[in-house]
Each structure stands twice: as structure tokens, then as C-alpha cells.
Design a protein around this ligand. Structure first.
Ligand code: SF4
Ligand code: MSK
Length: 649
């Protein structure tokens, strides 16, 4: 019997998405939500990691009848090789993003940055000092050039372990040395991953998986960490900022321009150009009341955190934004931009513009981003969008009215400032609250949406469950946008769900219990926050001691696999909302779920139900609290006069 198609309500939980999914069906527009159903059940060999396409004697598939490929590779080798290649893909994407930013910093240092400057000199000094660069008497350009050189050398380091690893706790560096997991430059680590997984090279699943963890560390403590640090230097360290989320941010009367992808360089210029009086006037001449610049996915997170630019939606809403019929232009850069966008746009007047030399899409207009002309390019793109406004068909416009207010921009510096003020900025109040039990632990909820599951549902259910249990929640990527849409990024709304201890701390400090910490590369900020907790003292010596867990509920990209691996290799347990494609090998599955714990003090756990995930997370946190000797409920007794007399005070 043919399966009944899902209703819009079964595909998404926020009303804006539900209404746009219905509109797409009426407009006969194909969406990922529909394509996933046409795909049917996934190929079991692919889903379990048992298909090998590494040489042309294959493709080989492992079955009970043929337990080895033509070359003799068994399930363990094939599954582990496929896994390592996925980690390499994810680490490469994050790190190449980081490299592009460092190259921009280098150009600024050379005086070739065009309208780009070092926005945050303190951040530049901070980074320079952390690499042992003497900043005394250096002018900003020279320092930018020197920092860029040091960071570029991190990507290509051949034999030396990454210098950036030194930003982690000393004890963790010892674990990596002991397990032979300290990576050198990500360029070499990725090349080595491709070499190891070539036909006839590394066949030992444990050796292959160890390299997956090593490589992921070159992402988390290398490429991604560098990307976050350099973004702060170039565009400013994020500080809390108010804004709005969901499709309703699109203006019925304004020229609507969406930035989508991951790299913030051009969108920073667009943010500046959107305020240019010439551009504003041009939009008015086109008949609009103004211009709305907003974002999708992680480019959205980048410009949200630094400029308060609204977020139109997360990963699965990229097509839905076009379906509103009210988007004049969508600018796509790298990562997570669906190739379907120009097809969706054909039904409306939206122009899709691709801006990265390395990311072209058939049907999109390619306008290459050039550093020295970035501001001019940004202005001309916005004017082109205004020209498109004249082509908007009012009959096709239906903007869901739903929006939610939010607060974002919680860099580690911002959290420290919030907790301790200017003169005593530190994590001490957070550590004390964890030790006293008012905050039970800290959980980072990260990652994507996945068309296989109901948009945002797992993320939002889990977030509420954890807040009730006094867990401070840190968020990045599309998971952060899910919470924004659900209204859980405002202090007021989120506090309604928080348990009494967490609520008390948040009210005292004036912070929300869900902190938006940025984009996908900013998962490195979660590591930075956990390192601050260790450094502050009282919660163990290593990241594997602190009551911290990472969760990727609705993950879909290879980057999420790399992130998961560098969390685990850093000593932080990771809960996945659905499994990796490794179930074809019991040995590989056991290694990731158990033996990794013996090597790194943390491992992967899979829970497809968010309530079960919440229970598992609390167990991990309580186990860690038990080991630290702090797993007791905070006793808070209000003293009456009799008690006081007894105390003699
Ligand atoms: Fe088959 Fe081995 Fe070639 Fe893979 S490497 S396709 S298992 S022969
Ligand atoms: S954008 S990698 S869907 S979080 Fe960073 Fe969202 Fe995942 Fe892309």
C-alpha cells in the first residue's frame, strides 16, 4: 500500500513553516520536505556504511553471503573508511572557511583589504598574545600581518602539533599526546585521511578511527577555532544583541534580501551597504518602503550576532523563504545552500546569486566577491535586488506573520562580562552555581535540521526538558535558530521553562538560560567555554571532568560528524538524535560508543527520542558530578530568629 504523504504539521512545528509548506504545495513548488518522501527508504548498505566505492573493482557491498569486498576488505574496514572520509569532508569545510578569513586578515595587514579593517583590536591583541607574539609597539597592520602568518602556518603544519592545541587544558593536551591523537595542520590531516582510505592502505578500523578523531581535533582546535577568532578580529567580538526570527521578518513593502551559507565576509559588507543612504533611496525609487536584510543558516548567525540582523530561518526554511514570494534576492556563499534554490525561485521573481568562486549553482547568477571592491559589489547587489522588487507579483506574496524576539551574541567574552562585570569578568559565578547544584550542568545543543525528521521538533522538546532540570543550554547553528523561532532565546520566555536553581542564577546575573553562541564554526566557542570552566577551578582538571555534554539532535552534514568527533576527543560526551552510518560494523559501533571512552574519557550515545536523550544526558551529568563529589542537592534554608540566636550572630 502506498504511504500517505505527511501533512505540513507532521513536517514542521513552527506555524510559519507550516503555512509556507502548504503554500508551496498550492504553488506546485517542489521542496526538500516532499523530495525526502519520494526518496523512500534509504539504501540499507549506504545507511549502514557497508557500500564501498573506493576502487573500480567495486562498488562492493557487504552481505552475509559476501562478507568481504573484491580486495578482501571486510565490514570493519569499509565502515571505518567511509566514516573517516565523512569527518575529512566536515573538517575541510570548516577549516577552508577559516582559511579564507585568515587570508582576508593577511590582505588587511598588507594594506590590500579594501573597505575591510581590523574591527576589534583587543581581539587581535588577545589572539596575538595567545600565540606568544610580542604586541609591544606594533602597529595594527603589522600585527594583523604577523598573526595571519602564524595562523596560516597552522593550516599547513607538517609534523609539529598545532599551536592552537595549547588553548586547551594542559591535562587534555597530555591525553592527546598519550593517545597519539595530537594533530598537525588540517591540510595534512585531510590529505592523510584521503591517503589512508585509498584502496589498499589502512585496513585496521581502530587505526582509521583514531585518525578520524585526530583529524577532527585539527578542525575543532584548529580550523574552526581559528575561524571564530579571526571573525572576531575582523568583524568584532559578539556581545548580546536583540533581534527577531522567522519568516515573518520579511517586509511586505520592503526590498527583501537574504544572505545564506556560512562565510561572513560579504554579508558584513552587505550589512554596511544596507544602511547606505544611496541604497535606501534607490529602494524607495523602486517603489519599496525600505530594505530588509536578513539571513538563513549560519551566515544569518554571523550577522545576527554582530549587527542584530534578523534571521529568516534555519536550514529547512531556505526554500520556504522563497515560497513567500517576497524575496527579491538570495545570496548564497558556501555550505548548506541547496542546489534546488534556483528551481524554487523560477516560480517567483527571486534572483539567486552565488558569490563564492568555489561554489557555483546551475541557475544562480555568479557574482564573484572581490575583497578590494567588496563594498561596491555589496551596493550594486542591493540595487539589483531593488530592481527585482518591481517584478514582484503581489498575487504570489504570502508572508507568514509569525516572528519571535530573541537575544543572541554570547561569545565567551560576553559570558564572562555578564557573569563578573568589567573588572571581574570571569566564569567564577557559573562554576559556583554548578558546584552548589543550582545549575546541574551545561549542555551544548548544536547542528542542523534534517528533512527526515520534523523540523525543530527534537531540538525544542529536548531544550525544554533540560531547562526544567536546571541545565544551562548553549546553542549554535540551526539548533540556535530553532530555539529563536520557538521564543526560547528571550530571557523572559526561557525563564518560564527553567528549573528553580537555573532561574535564580539567570535572574541574578541577568542572562537567559539558553545562550546563542554563534554559527557552526563557533562550536569551538563551546570548547572555549568548557576550558574556561576548567581553568576557573573547582570542577576538575580536564574537560572530561566537567558536567558538560554536547548534543546534535537533527544533524545532517559531514561537519556535524567532525564536530561530534572533536567534542568526544576533547572529553565531552556527545548524544546524537540519530545514528552515524556505521551500524554495519559492530566493531566500529562499539569503538565509537564505548572504547572511545577509554581513550578520551567520552564517547557517542544515540537516542532517537528527545525524552530518552534528556534522561541519558542527565545521567552523564550526574555521573560527572558524582565523581567531582558535588552531586548533592543545594540545601537552601531560610534562617529564622531562633536559628540566628543559636548561631550567635
Ligand atoms: Fe571493493 Fe575493495 Fe575496491 Fe572497496 S576497495 S570497492 S571493497 S575492491
Ligand atoms: S548551517 S551545517 S544545517 S547547523 Fe551551519 Fe545549519 Fe547544519 Fe548547515
Amino acid at each position: 500500500m502506498e504511504k500517505k504523504p505527511k501533512t505540513a504539521e507532521e513536517r514542521a512545528c513552527d506555524p510559519a513553516s507550516i503555512s509556507s509548506i502548504c503554500k508551496a504545495a498550492t504553488d506546485c513548488v517542489d521542496l526538500s520536505f516532499f523530495r525526502v518522501e519520494r526518496q523512500g527508504a534509504p539504501c540499507p548498505f549506504g545507511a549502514k556504511g557497508l557500500c564501498c566505492r573506493i576502487c573500480h573493482m567495486g562498488p562492493c557491498r557487504i552481505t552475509a553471503k559476501s562478507p568481504r569486498g573484491v580486495c578482501g576488505a571486510d565490514a570493519d574496514t569499509i565502515v571505518a573508511r567511509n566514516f573517516l572520509r565523512e569527518v575529512a569532508g566536515g573538517a575541510a569545510a570548516h577549516s577552508d572557511h577559516g582559511r579564507h578569513l585568515v587570508l582576508l586578515l593577511k590582505r588587511i595587514g598588507r594594506g590590500e583589504g579594501g573597505a575591510y579593517t581590523v574591527k576589534d583590536e583587543q581581539a587581535l591583541h588577545r589572539v596575538a598574545r595567545s600565540y606568544g607574539i610580542d604586541v609591544q609597539g606594533m602597529d595594527i597592520s603589522a600585527l594583523a600581518a604577523q598573526v595571519a602568518e602564524v595562523l596560516l602556518a597552522e593550516f599547513t603544519s607538517q609534523e609539529e602539533p598545532l599551536k592552537t592545541l595549547r588553548l586547551s587544558p594542559l591535562s587534555r593536551q597530555g591525553v592527546w599526546r598519550k593517545q597519539d591523537a595530537s594533530p598537525s595542520g588540517v591540510d595534512r590531516m585531510v590529505v592523510e585521511a584521503m591517503h589512508r582510505t585509498h584502496m589498499g592502505v589502512d585496513h585496521d578500523y581502530m587505526n582509521i578511527l583514531l585518525h578520524a578523531f585526530r583529524l577532527s581535533l585539527a578542525d575543532g582546535w584548529g580550523g574552526s577555532r581559528i575561524a571564530s577568532m579571526v571573525s572576531d578580529i575582523l568583524f568584532g567580538t559578539p556581545m548580546p544583541v536583540r533581534s527577531t526570527a522567522n519568516l515573518g521578518i520579511l517586509g511586505a513593502e520592503t526590498v527583501n534580501v537574504l544572505v545564506h551559507g556560512h562565510e561572513p565576509a560579504l554579508s558584513e559588507m552587505l550589512a554596511a551597504a544596507a544602511n547606505d543612504p544611496e541604497v535606501k533611496e534607490y529602494a524607495k525609487q523602486a517603489g519599496a518602503s525600505g530594505l530588509t536584510l536578513a539571513g538563513i543558516c549560519c551566515t544569518a548567525n554571523e550577522v545576527l550576532m554582530r549587527h542584530g540582523i534578523p534571521v529568516a530561518g534555519n536550514f529547512l526554511q531556505q526554500e520556504l523563504a522563497i515560497v513567500t514570494g517576497a524575496v527579491e534576492m538570495m545570496l548564497i556563499d558556501v555550505q548548506c545552500c541547496m542546489p534546488s534554490l534556483p528551481d524554487v525561485a523560477k516560480s517567483y521573481h527571486t534572483e539567486i546569486v552565488s558569490t563564492s568562486r568555489i561554489a557555483r549553482t546551475i541557475g544562480a547568477q555568479a557574482v564573484e566577491f572581490q575583497t578590494d571592491k567588496a563594498y561596491e559589489i555589496a551596493k550594486s547587489l542591493l540595487k539589483r535586488a531593488a530592481d527585482n522588487f518591481r517584478k514582484r507579483d503581489p498575487q504570489k506574496v504570502d508572508i507568514p506573520r509569525h516572528t519571535s524576539p530573541l537575544v543572541a551574541g554570547f561569545s565567551v567574552e560576553a559570558i564572562k562580562y555578564m557573569l563578573g562585570g568589567t573588572y571581574r569578568a570571569s566564569f567564577r559565578p557559573l562554576n559556583d552555581a554548578v558546584i552548589q547544584g543550582r545549575i546541574r550542568g551545561v549542555v551544548g545543543i548544536v547542528g542542523c535540521n534534517n528533512a527526515k525528521s520534523k523540523l525543530d521538533s527534537y531540538i525544542n522538546t529536548l531544550t525544554i526538558e533540560l531547562l526544567k532540570e536546571n541545565i544551562l543550554v548553549l546553542k549554535t547553528g540551526c539548533a540556535a535558530i530553532a530555539s529563536a523561532k520557538a521564543g526560547k532565546l528571550t530571557p523572559e520566555a526561557a525563564l518560564e521553562c527553567a528549573g528553580p536553581g537555573l532561574k535564580e542564577v539567570c535572574e541574578a546575573v541577568g542572562m537567559p538560560p539558553v545562550l546563542h553562541m554563534g554559527s557552526c564554526v563557533d562550536n569551538s566557542r563551546l570548547l572555549e567555554a568548557a576550558t574556561e570552566i576548567v581553568a576557573e577551578g573547582g570542577l576538575g582538571e580536564d574537560l572530561s571532568d566537567v558536567p558538560v555534554v554536547g548534543v546534535a539532535p537533527e544533524w545532517m552534514s559531514e561537519k556535524a560528524i567532525s564536530i561530534g568527533c572533536y567534542f568526544v576527543a576533547s572529553g565531552i560526551d556527545v548524544v546524537l538524535g540519530h545514528p552515524f552510518s556505521v551500524e554495519g560494523s559492530e566493531n566500529v559501533t562499539r569503538f565509537l560508543h564505548h572504547e572511545a571512552g577509554e581513550l578520551f574519557g567520552a564517547s557517542f550515545h544515540v537516542h532517537e527520542d528527545p525524552h530518552a536523550a534528556a534522561r541519558a544526558i542527565l545521567e552523564i551529568i550526574d555521573r560527572r558530578r558524582e565523581k567531582l563529589g558535588i552531586n548533592r542537592k543545594a540545601e537552601r534554608k531560610l534562617m529564622d530568629m531562633k536559628d540566628r540566636r543559636e548561631l550567635g550572630v
